[in-house]
Design a protein around this ligand. Sequence first.
Ligand SMILES: [Zn+2]
Length: 218
Amino acid sequence: MINETALVVFSGGQDSTTCLFWAKREFKDVCALSFRYGQKHEREVELAGDIARRAGVEWEALDLPLVGTLGHNALTDASMVMDERVPEGQVCPNTFVPGRNLFFLSVAAVWARERGIRHIVTGVSQTDFSGYPDCRDAFIKSLNVTLDLAMDAQFVLHTPLMWLDKAQTWALADELGVLDLVRRDTLTCYNGIPGDGCGHCPACKLRREGLEKYLLSL
Ligand SMILES: [Zn+2]
């Protein structure tokens, strides 16, 4: 265990909730930060607060509505029809929120620095990254260097899920003793339905397929 505090960038979804409990195992103290960025389903922020409270973790939600309005995308624009897969000739579906992880991690780093925290945990994964460029390992490593240079600091960005697929992420939640909590109380669904979700959006499909694969492997 690392005898320091870690800050978890926490959306209240499957991945960041698993990271929250991973951080509780790995660090002496944990706090969590959520963002309201104009997402259609702001309820995820409330749910994130509930999970943080139950985990006994200090939690704060910050308002960053600019992030949702800068780039046109289906998670913040209710008039857009969500892509079910990556459209022909494009690199990612329209559920990609441009700059989201860049802004969130940068704000998280400033927030952490103010409190003398250098460990920051994020649930991004290159394995199941849905084409989102800011979930890739190269981006995180690059940003870590940039944040250090920007603030003359020595941040450590932790990405426990980077090389795990969804089935392995469920396995990790199980190992941490929170499989039921993650399954029942987190919100991953792009249609804003907690737990097993709507069942047909891309996030639900990825989550369900991973869960089925993990449960079959037991
Ligand atoms: Zn869904």
